[in-house]
Write a protein that binds this ligand. Sequence first.
Ligand code: AHR
Length: 488
Amino acid sequence: MDDRLYGSFVEHLGRAIYGGIYEPGHPRADGRGFRRDVLELARELGLPVIRYPGGNFVCGFDWEDSVGPAESRPVRLDPAWLSVETNRFGLDEFARWCSELGAEPMLALNLGTRGVDAARSLLEYCNFPGGTRWSDLRRAHGRAEPYGIKLWCLGNELDGPWNIGQKDASEYGRLARETAKAMRLVDPKLELVACGSSNADMPSFPDWEASVLGQCYEEVDYLSLHSYYGKGPAGLADYLACSAGMDRFIKSVAAACDFVKARKRSRKTMLLSFDEWNVWYRAVAERRHDDPWKVGPSLLEEPYTFEDALVVGCLLMTLLKNADRVRIACLAQLVNALAPIMTRTGGGAWRQTIYYPFLYASRYGRGESLRVELGCPRYESPSYGEVPYLEAAAVSSGEGLAIFAVNRSASEPVELEARLGGFEGLVPLERIEYAGYEPGAANSEESPDAVVPRRVAGGFEAEGGRLSARLAPLSWNLLRLGRPGAGR
Ligand code: AHR
């Protein structure tokens, strides 16, 4: 599997940047205005890739505004979020922030109001060594070395009527192809992501996929998927089943890609970039029509609970189980807006509940994602059909084996009995359990550690390739196995 399954996303949206990762004058901010407390929490997540600067924001973004001396950058209206964009945090700040984090930047292009020309000038600015108009401008801005950005999104959600510059599929597919062509002439090794549908409920899904790829199949490397999940009137059991919806979505998009592959007699298999996924259903007022045009307003600040963490744990397992096809995934987003990390402007930073399943998956879920055959009772979810009470994924690495498991039942424990073919020599190393909380329990600045996973002593048995564990009702679990005598 590709480690980039554990990516994230930072958009110019609400307090994601202003009051989030960037807050000059904050007691924990460094000389560049980066909040060290936020950086430390983000670093702990081990994020390999960060998508930027949008999102919907990018559909009206002029990249030229975000470079050069910060004090001379223009202040602009951001129509995506009805906010004021100061451009104090821009391309160079993002690249530096990523390098502090050890993450690869994934840059999204504006194919809403702009097009091929802006894309090629931005590429020249970022990646060409010097001696040309845009590369020399970068050098004049104090950055002699190119940024060397390899991963680019060809726009964002251009099927969406909420975006400025919305396009129909054939218009967008052609634009994606011509943009990719212009960029690859400069650097054939770039990795390019074309926009899939904004979500599986779009009326044009999956015709959009087939039509867009009909235009640009050979020119791009990935097709994007976006999806947000939420708790509806059918309640918790239904909500916990939403990873079955994610699985179906991935398989449908893969099928649409393979249809185009067959039609084109292509040898290439299109890979997938699930570059926006998360839980999002409470903070649904997307724009502040009542109080617009602020810098860094509070937007999409979803207060995540214990049940959301269980869902995020299931969604991560679904990504892992589809890791043959999904090579990049970005938890949307990282700070304040739909985020595992929350801050108070001028105050503290803390971990929301969804931080933890992501942390442990990112830390221990790297290596080879194994096929898991599950035999367990099932229940009927009104929205997603029949789902098993147990969700599980397994990843093998040089260190051993990591098994992730969620018990969706609110009342019954699961007696997990597993046969670990090929891993007979491994013994239990550690068990982490996230359980025993009310579904609506959450962390806050005052109680940042109210809802945290715990290490369970002697929490499972494994011998001769057989494993047994009792999984509590409504629990997320990590069972780690290693060679006898291996450290933790
Ligand atoms: O992540 C919030 C928004 O959701 C993004 O800006 C957009 O791409 C999606 O609709």
